[in-house]
Design a protein around this ligand. Sequence first.
Ligand code: HEC
Length: 148
Amino acid sequence: MTNDQIAAIDISVLPNGEGLPDGKGSGREGAKVYATHCAACHGDQGEGRGDFVALVGGRGTLSSNQPVLTVGSYWPTATTVFDYIRRAMPYNTPGVLTTNEVYAVTAWILEKNQIVAPGTVLDRHALLKVSMPNEEGFVPDPRPDLAR
Ligand code: HEC
């Protein structure tokens, strides 16, 4: 494999932001990306559609009898949202979004969940500063052989 070939698939972003690429996007730009590439499955406002999961809502439901798990209610880090969308979405055509489009649609989803203020522009620095509602809800694995 050449270095270029390795770079093309070396897209992992760690929770601490390591691996985040240059680029940026706002929720306003993300709304267009979302309407074009995501809404058909996840619903116009991220509410989910049929078997396709919701990306918005569910906040405050985790300790109820009917927890609704979404990016907004459940996911621990915004960096992981970026990583997941970049590698796996759109489900039927992953890889079609530019880096800026991934930042933008991530901003849109976080805006809809009222996690970032409208107008927020996300880049590698801003994304790292986003505080997720359930970020304290995960317990680190205590096994010593898994120590970081
Ligand atoms: C063809 C339908 C389809 C399209 C289009 C699509 N998705 Fe998805 N999405 C899915 C499916 C199916 C899953 C669940 C995948 C799994 O669990 O393995 C999913 C899961 C997700 C998740 C994880 C949700 C969670 O809480 O587990 C996110 C975030 C997401 N999609 C974002 C997007 C974004 C952003 C776009 C547009 C760029 C998009 N999706 C386009 C079908 C789609």
